[in-house]
Design a protein around this ligand. Structure first.
Ligand SMILES: Cc1cc2nc3c(=O)[nH]c(=O)nc-3n(C[C@H](O)[C@H](O)[C@H](O)COP(=O)(O)OP(=O)(O)OC[C@H]3O[C@@H](n4cnc5c(N)ncnc54)[C@H](O)[C@@H]3O)c2cc1C
Length: 319
């Protein structure tokens, strides 16, 4: 039976959904599961770590681990992987996951694969699937090592609400502080915007919105639906949206239940960031816009007319 260790993705003291998604996948493969949580004051998280589907929880809990730091965090994950005898170590598609995976792989002498969307692992051997060339092709890659560290693409696996694990806590010795890099201050994105990576609905605005008034109009729709608000690169380059809101090949990769592309043409680089979404709705005045090739629902029309209608319909439905 394979042993899968999942890195617990914790943000502002809360366990993110990707942890349960990865543990659900591991359990569906019949694997033995464990989770490794690194941080400070993690006691409150223990029940949710087990509920997410892990049977062992490796905990590195120390004031020195309050702030993410690649060296000590990677050392804690590698320690847990060694104690558990993990064949597979999985990270969610977060900045910390992408930073830690290669470090942990080097320490475990394991292969490292990023952005995987599927995995088959039997008898100590496996194959992963991942997108390549801006999502134009899916690669199937045979893994020639008996251990694999992988970063799983957002939305690749679904959490099974029916699963749960058991509480079996193993405390790890906190790793020494990293003397090469010391984080002095964390400046977080101001405001209460819904995090694009976590949002169940993401609404993105493109050049069709023309200017700030158009962006604000689409933002109101996002606020109505408590959706994450993203954009194409054109609106970032135009100075209307912050870079951390860009969806696409050189921006964020999102896979919400519903993605609305408003005034976005559907360039391949944009599609690379959102075509894993479960449902895609596009609003574009050009019926030939490439976004309609990937959209489940398409509205051909002027967004300045369509968005107010959508807002009114949503209000009416809610009433
Ligand atoms: C290396 C590289 C990396 C890139 N990375 C990214 C990336 O990460 N993300 C990204 O998004 N792009 C990226 N791009 C840019 C990408 O190629 C496109 O230029 C960009 O996505 C276009 O943005 P857009 O769809 O908003 O604008 P446009 O392509 O100009 O499309 C605007 C659309 O709005 C429609 N429209 C106009 N007026 C209205 C209206 N009133 N109502 C409704 N529809 C209307 C038009 O019909 C058109 O389809 C990258 C490019 C390169 C070369």
């Amino acid at each position: 039976m394979a042993k899968v260790l999942v890195f617990a993705d914790i943000k502002q003291g809360e366990l993110k959904g990707s942890t349960a998604e990865l543990l659900s996948k591991a359990r569906s493969m019949g694997a033995e599961t464990a989770v490794v949580a690194v941080g400070n004051n993690l006691d409150g998280l223990l029940p949710s770590l087990a509920d997410a589907g892990s049977d062992t929880q490796y905990i590195a809990d120390d004031a020195g681990l309050e702030v993410f730091s690649a060296g000590p965090y990677a050392a804690a994950v590698a320690d847990a992987a060694g104690q558990f005898g993990a064949d597979l170590v999985w990270f969610g598609f977060s900045e910390s996951g992408k930073t830690l995976a290669p470090r942990v792989a080097a320490q475990l002498n394991a292969a490292c694969a990023t952005e995987i969307t599927d995995i088959n692992w039997e008898g100590g051997q496996g194959e992963i699937t991942r997108p390549a060339i801006a999502n134009k092709v899916m690669q199937r890659v045979k893994i020639n090592t008996d251990k694999l560290v992988a970063v799983v693409r957002a939305g690749a696996f679904e959490a099974d609400p029916g699963i749960s694990g058991t509480e079996n806590v193993v405390s790890l010795t906190p790793p020494a502080a990293d003397l090469k890099a010391v984080i002095r201050e964390l400046v977080s994105d101001a405001g209460n915007d819904v995090d694009l990576a976590d949002a169940d609905i993401v609404i993105s605005v493109g050049r069709g919105a023309k200017d700030q008034a158009g962006v604000d109009l689409v933002k109101e729709l996002a606020d109505d639906l408590n959706a994450g608000f993203g954009s194409s690169r054109a609106m970032v380059d135009g100075g209307f949206m912050a870079h951390n809101k860009q969806v696409g090949q050189t921006g964020k990769i999102v896979a919400p239940s519903l993605y609305m592309a408003i005034g976005i043409s559907g360039a391949i680089q944009h599609l690379a960031g959102m075509n894993g979404s479960k449902f895609i709705l596009a609003v574009n005045k050009d019926p030939e816009a490439p976004i309609f090739n990937v959209a489940d629902y398409g509205i051909v029309g002027d967004l300045f007319e369509v968005v107010p209608i959508l807002r009114n319909e949503i209000k009416a439905l809610r009433a």
